[in-house]
Write a protein that binds this ligand. Structure first.
Ligand SMILES: Nc1ncnc2c1ncn2[C@@H]1O[C@H](COP(=O)(O)OP(=O)(O)OP(=O)(O)O)[C@@H](O)[C@H]1O
Ligand SMILES: [Mg+2]
Length: 463
């Protein structure tokens, strides 16, 4: 056994009896950092140190800590700013601020950003240890409640919306701003980019949160059925209609209706929906009466609405009604900064669900994830991690726990330069919608060269 293996084994056996916790000590003063880290280890926790904000953020990439002890004044920036970035990276980690300069404004700011507590220096080690124990106990209880709930089959309708990239932070700001209004929100994005999460967040952040959130997939239900699903029907309206039904719009009274894949609505239903939105009332199938509705509409589509209007799939008057507040979710490959934060989020959830304590993904695996184009977007990332845990990853998700995602050149690993080139080529191809002639022009290379590179990259269909 190597020393590392012995240590790992010791940690494993020790872990069975001692309370476990992973602590990151962010402090530029080496003596203090060591002192605090040693105090944490003496409690049976794993402790690691970071000297700067940047080191702290790097330490958090793809790895889960339970508690971060964060010095307020670091050589490379203000603690409040670093706290904000830590929380973006991993909303689940608890942060305790340590400072030599008690400053009320900063303290308030830090607590608002989700810091757990604020301790002033000189650090009282006994108080700090008590606080950390309390945090760990509280997280343990919270996890227990959560896993009980998920075992009871409760669907987490209120799933957290993770955002770390500028693009998604902007989306989040829009959500926070529009949620309290009753404006119609239209969400556009490829499959798996989080349209339903966003729709649920709009509902959850709105005053309507106590009323129902009712999603319906317009593409999955035949239009005859869909009409009565949406607007209800009266008894005898058609064979099989044995009693009156409310329909989604009335059932969602006070809440939110989420029309998924709205461009799939049949033309006749588009007309009816338009009228409902204009008059704010519905007429059930077979009824002569109309009923007022009070619900917010959120709609989603995975194709461009303009495109749908242009090719006659979507009525333009409905388009204008729906296109009030527009939220565009870029594909994951265009916002890779979200990947570490999503990994942390999903790992916390999966650890909970599987009863594991996977500590993160290896640097190599993270690099792999960061360079993969994710055609299935966030859902695909979630499934990759779930698969890794299901196949038995217990400590850390390594490269071998991930399926071989990367198209590789025959005869060896890709160099960073080759990777940059491949990414550029694929990026341009996406932009040109797969038009190789246009891509070659944009890249300033000949068609022949492009075809050869595509072949080397292993892109299918390259001639
Ligand atoms: N920003 C995010 N934060 C947390 N989880 C996310 C985020 N975006 C997506 N997810 C997760 O990824 C999965 C796919 O998201 P969602 O179902 O909302 O995608 P979608 O855009 O509606 O996809 P589709 O077009 O296929 O219906 C879900 O499990 C969701 O919880
Ligand atoms: Mg969806």
């Amino acid at each position: 056994m190597t020393r590392n293996e012995i240590e790992a084994e010791a940690r494993r056996t020790e872990g069975a009896t001692t309370p476990r916790g992973r602590i990151l000590v962010v402090e530029d003063e080496p003596a203090l950092r060591e002192l605090v880290a040693r105090a944490m280890r003496a409690e049976g926790y794993e402790a690691e140190g970071a000297t700067t904000g940047r080191e702290a953020i790097e330490a958090l990439a793809g790895r889960l800590f339970d508690v971060v002890l964060l010095d307020m004044r670091l050589p490379d920036g203000n603690g409040v700013e670093i706290l904000r970035r830590i929380k973006e990276r991993d909303a689940g980690v608890e942060v305790v601020i340590l400072t030599g300069f008690p400053d009320v404004t900063n303290a308030v700011e830090a607590l608002k950003l989700g810091a757990y507590d604020y301790l002033s220096k000189p650090v009282d080690l006994a108080a700090l240890t008590r606080l950390v124990a309390q945090i760990l106990e509280r997280s343990r209880l919270r996890e227990e409640v959560r896993s009980l709930r998920s075992r009871l089959g409760e669907r987490l309708a209120a799933r957290e919306f993770v955002a770390a990239s500028p693009a998604l932070l902007a989306v989040k700001a829009v959500l926070v701003a529009v949620a309290p209004t009753s404006s119609t929100v239209l969400i556009e994005g490829e499959t798996g980019t989080g349209k339903e999460v966003v729709a649920a967040a709009v509902h959850r952040l709105s005053p309507r949160r106590e009323s129902p959130f009712l999603p319906i997939n317009c593409g999955a239900i035949p239009s005859e059925l869909l009409e009565s699903e949406l607007f209800g029907h009266v008894r005898g309206a058609f064979s099989g209609a044995s009693s009156d039904t409310l329909g989604l719009f009335r059932a969602a009274e006070g809440g939110t209706v989420f029309l998924d894949e709205v461009t799939e609505l049949a033309p006749s239903l588009q007309v009816k929906l338009l009228r409902v939105l204009q008059e704010r009332q519905v007429r059930p199938v077979g009824s002569t009466r109309s009923f007022p509705i009070d619900c917010r509409l959120v709609a989603a589509t995975n194709q461009s609405l303009e495109e749908a209007v242009r090719n006659g799939q979507l009525r333009s008057d409905l388009y204008y009604r729906l296109n009030v507040v527009r939220v565009v979710l870029p594909p994951l490959r265009e916002r890779r900064e979200d990947i570490p934060a999503l990994v942390a989020h999903f790992l916390r959830e999966l650890n909970n669900r599987f009863g594991r304590r996977v500590r993160g993904v290896s640097a190599e695996a993270m690099e792999h994830l960061l360079s993969y184009p994710f055609p299935g977007n966030v859902r695909e990332l979630e499934h990759l991690l779930e698969r890794a845990l299901a196949l038995g990853a217990t400590e850390e998700i390594g490269i071998d726990d991930l399926p071989d995602l990367r198209p590789r050149r025959l005869g060896g690993a890709e160099s960073p330069l080759e990777r940059a080139e491949r990414e550029t080529i694929l990026e341009v191809l996406r932009r040109t919608g797969g038009d190789k002639d246009a891509a070659a022009r944009e890249l300033g290379i000949s068609r022949r060269t492009l075809y050869r590179r595509l072949h080397e990259i292993g892109v299918e269909g390259a001639g």
